[in-house]
Design a protein around this ligand. Structure first.
Ligand code: ADP
Ligand code: MN
Ligand code: MN
Ligand code: MN
Length: 385
């Protein structure tokens, strides 16, 4: 007999989620574990390797009345497994991302933002092969202040040197730094990256960020559903690992007014954007396709900001490498713009764009959905149908 553990992960109802305080409507991760038992002959190959696939993962259900997804009298909500990967902390263990469905096992629950992304993808020509790379920033906190603020190296309160004073921090020494006086949380950051790789996620890299105790991991480039599923698993793993260090992960957009906020820059391209025009005057390819998308995004600023996470006005101030939420601009190599076109893309005449506006707490299903809706509004559907 072989026991296999599967961690089922899903998004709760947000809004009135018991996990949220102070009117924050952000959907939060939930998970629970199922143990499956197999006769060895059914699950092990001749070399005793586990042969576990998505076909072996049963649908499941949970108590939606505890997650703001159901009333107590009709509380069961359906978990539909959609993305399976390894569990880096458990032998014979797996993690499965799930969609939340109604009890009929078919109708998406209103909180099911992945289903809304699926609907939009139905209209995107498959030949456009959209791909995304997401840069997840986050703070590591203890007692509500960033890691490092409790050490003798941390910023001290003028009146009480043992009381951390976040307001005294001047940034500059922490970004991509080395050395005990500059770096707080590298252990967690690196353990998290290793865990993501071991789970089978496509990690592009990780780095320490501008504020103390702030870091980033990049997932992708991958297709929209895959990048979003993997980012949710990466967020779950980060919080799970930090639990073991008595450390809280904050994905809040702007937890400390005088420090950089946390974003989730969305790097995006389509097949058209990735290839140079071969015919003179063809404006549907390369940098022209990128500019066309940016112009379409200009007219949909409200839709984009609505999808980019709670508290975006506090983060997009125009300071700290952001463009004000009240402005829209795009530019080559411009980290004060809403959308940055990387230098290599501008020089090469094709490539990808970076929407710098999404918050760290943005739902990647919503981010990808609204960016693809803008693609469709820019005419991709019309010209390919
Ligand atoms: P930054 O300079 O903004 O900090 P990063 O190196 O942190 O950039 O992240 C860049 C991201 O862009 C990576 O996640 C990478 O996978 C992604 N990326 C690279 N090429 C493409 C592409 N053609 N389309 C979409 N995303 C891409
Ligand atoms: Mn980055
Ligand atoms: Mn960053
Ligand atoms: Mn970036």
């Amino acid at each position: 007999m072989t026991a296999v553990t599967v961690e089922y992960i899903w998004l709760d109802g947000g809004s009135l989620s018991p996990l949220n305080k102070g009117g924050d409507p952000t959907q939060q991760l939930r998970s629970k574990t199922k143990v499956l038992y197999f006769a060895d002959d059914d699950i092990l190959d001749d070399d005793d390797n586990l042969m576990f696939t998505m076909d072996d993962v049963p649908d499941w259900s949970f108590d939606g009345s505890s997650t703001n997804q159901a009333e107590g009298g009709n509380s069961d909500r359906y978990l539909k497994p959609v993305f399976l990967c390894g569990h880096p902390m458990r032998e014979d263990g797996f993690i499965v991302m799930c969609e939340v469905l109604m009890p009929d096992g078919e109708t998406p629950h209103v909180s099911n933002t992945r289903a809304k992304l699926r609907d939009v993808l139905d209209h995107v020509p498959t030949t456009e092969e959209p791909i995304f790379g997401l840069e997840q920033e986050y703070f590591l906190l203890q007692n509500h202040v960033p890691l490092g603020c409790h050490t003798p190296y941390g910023p001290t309160n003028p009146t009480d040197q043992f009381k951390p004073n976040v307001h005294n921090i001047t940034q500059g020494q922490y970004y991509c730094a080395v050395g005990n006086q500059n770096v707080f949380g590298r252990n967690i950051m690196n353990m998290h990256m290793d865990a993501c790789i071991q789970a089978g996620l496509l990690v592009a890299g990780t780095n320490l960020e501008v504020a103390p105790g702030q870091a980033e991991i990049q997932i992708g480039p991958l297709d929209p559903l895959m990048v979003a599923d993997q980012l949710w698993v990466a967020r779950w793993l980060l919080q799970r690992i930090a639990e073991g260090f008595d450390t809280e992960v904050s994905f809040a957009a702007k937890p400390f007014p005088n420090l950089n906020g946390s974003g989730c820059h969305a790097n995006f391209s389509t097949a058209s954007m990735r290839q140079k025009a071969t015919v003179v005057g063809d404006t549907t390819k390369g940098i022209d396709a990128i500019n066309a998308w940016c112009e379409a995004a200009r007219g949909r600023t409200h839709e984009h900001l609505a999808a980019y996470g709670y508290g975006i006005e506090a983060r997009l101030t125009g300071e700290h490498e952001t463009c004000s939420y009240q402005d829209f601009k795009y530019g080559v190599s411009d980290r004060t713009a809403s959308i940055r076109i990387p230098l290599a893309t501008a020089n090469g005449g094709c490539g990808y764009l970076e929407d710098r506006r999404p918050n760290a707490n943005a739902n990647p299903y919503d981010v990808c959905r609204v960016m693809l809706e803008t693609l469709l509004s820019a005419g991709a559907e019309a010209s390919y149908d």
